[in-house]
Ligand binder design. Structure first.
Ligand SMILES: NC(=O)C1=CN([C@@H]2O[C@H](COP(=O)(O)OP(=O)(O)OC[C@H]3O[C@@H](n4cnc5c(N)ncnc54)[C@H](OP(=O)(O)O)[C@@H]3O)[C@@H](O)[C@H]2O)[C@@H](O)CC1
Ligand SMILES: [K+]
Length: 464
């Protein structure tokens, strides 16, 4: 499990935090704490098995030498192998404190427990071709392996694969999480992510998604105070119905489906309101009690869809845009959305995001830039979901149930979000993402999207 509510920092931010601390405290004391944290984590898994510690040329290697010494002092059978001489004063000092033999990485013999201290946040380029296969073999041959701070071969700020091995059992993040623990290849390469507090004060506007705190409706609550959600139906009515169902199960007091004809299906508590076209919708959206409009699931991309979208964009009401609404906006998204007077949320997957915004940089940075440019809150969906607000805050949820990769689950997320928006939850996006992931976990394997809303009640109850 990824630690919830934990700060996430880039390599540069981590270095700045470390340097600020070193003005008050000797660097070697901090490195000793890092070594002790690694020792504690390894000792839990190693029991009496022989341990191979790999040490690189930088401070990641310094942590490794410190851990090797502490593990040996605790009675473990420890061998150390290094790639290159230590290149920093702290790593040199820790090598001296180790005082034992150091073999060459290329000649290292596999041992049941492996500690990867080759490279951490200082990795600047892909692993040399000679290093990556040796590391991969040693990891594959070990019964358990732990990476210090990061698996060697992951780009700290993006999680891109620069030659990281597969099969690391656990990664002990030092001081704070880095984007690589949550994004891209890091999702599969870190194993279990553990976080050690080694006394480095870290400030960040980026955090992992945490369980929200919700309150039950008060004694005077009524359907409007709980939140009125309007879901706009398009070409594929099932998608809008699914979203509407999620809005209801996600706590909305009143949910109205703005639909072409009366139709049928869906819960009886769902109210239907006939809307022929964009003009009709614009009239309907003068109802000031509406707390959130959701448009996009199954909307279609024809002229009628464009008219409906325009009416929704022009309404002075909180708006959630999903699916086809995002594709219809395309590259003019920011221009349209900047003009809105009420708050807007977008829920794109990677393809929809790319159709609206330029995709340069790491996922967190890209999403924050898009949120700021469009003045919206964006839930950039994926196995690594990034939420960004126009104020530059980011929340990341990694490793939600992989069974979410089925049709309709995005509609359920959009509906859950609409309920939170209509209820006036200022952390609506983070709450919806947490509830959605929790509902998926409760639904177990191979669920269908229709089943997800049924688990929202249990998920909500865990937040009260
Ligand atoms: N400061 C502290 O006291 C604390 C630090 N901590 C620990 O320090 C880690 C960061 O340390 P770090 O900045 O020294 O970087 P690190 O990851 O060890 O590697 C840098 C070396 O690798 C080299 N190199 C880079 N890429 C390469 C490649 N592809 N192939 C080959 N070589 C490559 C690079 O060479 P260069 O790029 O200069 O040529 C340089 O020599 C952090 O993750 C945490 O574990 C924490 O314990 C807290 C206390
Ligand atoms: K490492």
């Amino acid at each position: 499990m990824i630690p919830p509510g934990a700060p996430i920092v880039t390599a540069a931010r981590m270095r700045a935090a470390e340097e600020a601390l070193f003005r008050r405290e000797p660097q070697l004391d901090v490195m000793e704490r890092a070594g002790a944290a690694v020792t504690g984590a390894v000792a839990r898994f190693a029991r009496s098995s022989p341990i191979l510690v790999l040490a690189g040329p930088g401070n990641n290697g310094g942590d490794a030498y410190a851990a090797a010494r502490l593990l040996k002092a605790a009675g473990h059978d420890v061998a150390v192998a290094a790639c290159g001489e230590p290149g920093t004063p702290a790593a040199r000092a820790m090598l001296e404190r180790w005082g034992g033999d150091v073999g060459a990485l290329y000649q290292a013999r596999p041992r049941p427990v492996l500690v990867d201290g080759l490279f951490g946040t200082g990795l600047t380029r892909p692993l040399e071709r000679g290093i990556a296969p040796v590391l991969a073999e040693l990891v594959a041959a070990a019964r358990f392996s732990l990476a210090i701070d990061l698996p060697s071969g992951l780009a700290t700020d993006s999680g891109a694969d620069l030659g990281a091995p597969r099969g690391i059992g656990a990664t002990l993040a030092l001081g704070a999480l880095k984007p690589a623990h949550l994004l891209d290849a890091g999702l599969e390469r870190c194993g279990q992510v553990l976080l050690a507090d080694i006394g480095i004060p870290v400030e960040s506007d980026w955090r992992t998604v945490a369980r929200p705190k919700l309150t039950a409706p008060g004694p005077r609550a009524h359907k409007y105070s709980r939140g009125l959600v309007v879901v706009v139906e398009g070409d594929m009515p099932g998608a809008a119905r699914l979203a509407a169902h999620a809005a209801m199960a996600g706590g909305a007091g009143y949910t109205i489906l703005a639909c072409r004809d009366e139709g049928s299906g869906g819960p009886d508590a769902l109210v239907r309101h006939r809307i022929a076209n964009g003009d009709d919708l614009a009239d309907f959206l003068t109802e000031k009690r509406i707390g959130g409009i959701l448009i996009g699931p199954g909307l279609g991309r024809d002229r009628r869809a464009e008219g409906l979208l325009k009416a929704a964009l022009n309404a002075d009401l909180p708006l959630i845009l999903d699916g086809d609404a995002l594709t219809l906006l395309g590259k003019s998204a920011a221009a349209w959305l900047q003009r809105r007077t009420a708050a807007t949320w977008l829920t794109p997957h990677a393809g929809e995001f790319g159709r609206m915004f330029e995709g340069n940089g790491d996922k967190i940075v890209q999403t924050i830039a898009a949120a700021s440019e469009s003045r919206t809150t964006i839930i950039h969906k994926g196995a690594d979901t990034v939420i960004a607000t126009p104020r530059g805050e980011a929340r990341v949820l990694a490793r939600a149930s992989s069974w979410l990769s089925t049709a309709g689950t995005g509609d359920v997320l959009a509906g859950t979000l609409a309920a939170q928006v209509a209820a006036g939850n200022k952390d609506a996006a983070e709450t919806a993402v947490w509830l959605h992931a929790r509902a998926a976990a409760l639904a177990g394997p191979a669920f269908i999207a229709d089943a997800l809303p049924m688990h929202l009640s249990q998920a909500i109850s865990e937040c009260l």
